[in-house]
Design a protein around this ligand. Structure first.
Ligand code: NAD
Length: 427
């Protein structure tokens, strides 16, 4: 099939590269000229395992990139919209990039096309995109459908190629049939529903997962106060198949480009429909408190922040990505710096993006260098690289011996044996 993907960020680039690898002809479009130039040179613009191979294998064969929406859309029968839908001023999803993309598509329609809303968009967006295109492309034949994406950064290629399910929201049998054919090689359950339900499935799924995270963080705080260990508690809960093991890891709060903004957008969707989503507001509040609580733990351990040095390991919102959007690590570092601490940070992939969002951030060339002279070691992202450090050397390099493992990813006994004062979350 001939496919255009509008927006070559985390979702668009992975989507395009994966379909190209299946043998489809894919043109990726982005408004950022420099990004397109880099991609056409074969440079991968984001850190994502497996993506460099896909690009190397398919670029110039089934995969190409352009800034010209017109060229890409007119050459394609399926057009994916994968532009950003960031948080707007009132918490709602900002649809301006989607509307701009839809207008660009409308100008280029020349034969039947399926326009696929893959970005996370509020309920009603399939109708909105249909309206925007119809106004400008009167008389043209097309279907706008919803097909939300569930991949996770860090495992995006694997997730895209092995999804738990594929959700298609459309009333058009023709579009559903073509999409079923497109996704057939993935061999995943195909759930075809109406557009509004498809749109809600994405928000409800993210909000539910965020709820699990805040729930276990709240339990972690009670564990700390009562002498239970949240890791044991989560394990014991997870054996119940109705609960499951996933997303029951306590930490410094959830972040990333999706959970915070999607929860906030769902709260707004609910408000606009006359429902007050108290539960989800609570989830967001627990998350904000968790971020502050983590910074507060550092302050408590050090007996004040003024003049103290903190080694912050991890800046990305999760391991195996360079994405720092809404990363709790950055918020915690800001709180510590505001309190008078000197923070020296290290992340295997996310330092460039972190410096761009947190000007003045001091970064080290290695985990060990960040720890040198530090009063406390703070683990903010559970990269494997941190778990595999030689902690004997870390102990020698540090000035103090406190470790706050905000990801519960290190071995408390091993660290205590080396003389560290280990503290986790909820343990
Ligand atoms: N990142 C994730 O893990 C993830 C997972 C599932 C769903 N989503 C959703 O997918 C959407 C995209 O997320 P992302 O993380 O890939 O965003 P991103 O910011 O990484 O990428 C968006 C890209 O779209 C480009 N763009 C914006 N307007 C454009 C236009 N009119 N024409 C061409 N290009 C344009 C931007 O330059 C950017 O490169 C969002 O709605 C997000 O919520 C993201």
């Amino acid at each position: 099939m001939r496919i255009a993907v509008i927006g070559t960020g985390y979702v668009g680039l992975v989507t395009g590269a994966c379909f190209a690898d299946h043998g489809h002809t894919v043109i990726g479009v982005d408004r950022e000229r420099e990004k397109i130039q880099r991609l056409n040179r074969g440079e991968v613009t984001i850190y994502e395992v497996g993506l460099p191979d896909l690009l190397a294998r398919n670029l110039g064969r089934t995969l190409s990139f352009t800034t010209d929406t017109d060229e890409a859309v007119s050459a394609s029968e399926i057009v994916f919209i994968t532009v950003g839908t960031p948080q707007g001023e009132e918490g709602e999803a900002d649809m301006s990039y989607v509307v701009e993309a839809a207008s660009g598509i409308a100008a280029a329609i020349n034969a039947y096309k399926i326009i696929v809303n893959k970005s996370t968009m509020p309920v009603g967006s399939t109708r909105l995109v249909d309206r925007v295109i119809r106004e400008k492309a009167e008389g043209e034949e097309f279907d706008v459908i919803s097909n939300p994406e569930f991949l996770r950064e860090g495992t995006a290629v694997r997730d895209f190629m092995n999804p738990d399910r594929i959700v298609i929201g459309t009333g058009s049998q023709k579009a559903a049939g073509i999409m079923a054919e497109l996704y057939r090689p993935l061999n995943a359950p195909l759930f075809i529903t109406d557009p509004a339900s498809a749109e809600m499935i994405k928000y409800a799924s993210n909000a539910f997962l965020a709820t699990k995270v805040s729930f276990i963080n709240a339990i972690a705080n009670i564990c700390e106060a009562t002498g239970a260990d949240v890791k044991e508690v989560a394990m014991g809960m997870g054996y119940d198949h109705r609960i499951g093991f996933e997303f029951l890891r306590s930490g410094p709060g959830f972040g990333g480009s999706c959970f915070p903004k999607d929860c906030q957008a769902l709260i707004e969707i609910a408000r606009n429909s006359g429902y007050h989503f108290h539960l989800l507001e609570g989830v967001m509040q627990v998350n904000q408190e968790q971020i502050k609580l983590t910074a507060g733990k550092v302050e408590r351990r050090l007996g004040g922040l003024e003049g103290r040095q903190v080694a912050a390991w991890g800046l990305a919102f999760k391991p195996n990505t360079d994405d720092v959007r809404d990363s709790p690590a950055l918020e915690i570092i800001s709180l510590l710096s505001a309190g008078g601490a000197r923070v020296l940070a290290y992340d295997p992939q996310a330092m460039e993006n972190a410096r761009a969002s947190l000007p003045g951030l001091e970064c080290a060339g290695s985990a060990l260098e960040a720890a040198t002279g530090a009063d406390i070691l703070l683990i903010l992202t559970d990269w494997d690289e941190f778990k595999m450090q030689d902690f004997r050397k870390v102990a020698e390099a540090m000035k103090g011996c406190d470790v706050l493992d905000a990801r519960n990813c290190l071995d408390p006994l091993a660290l205590r044996r080396l003389g560290f004062n280990y503290e986790g979350i909820g343990r």
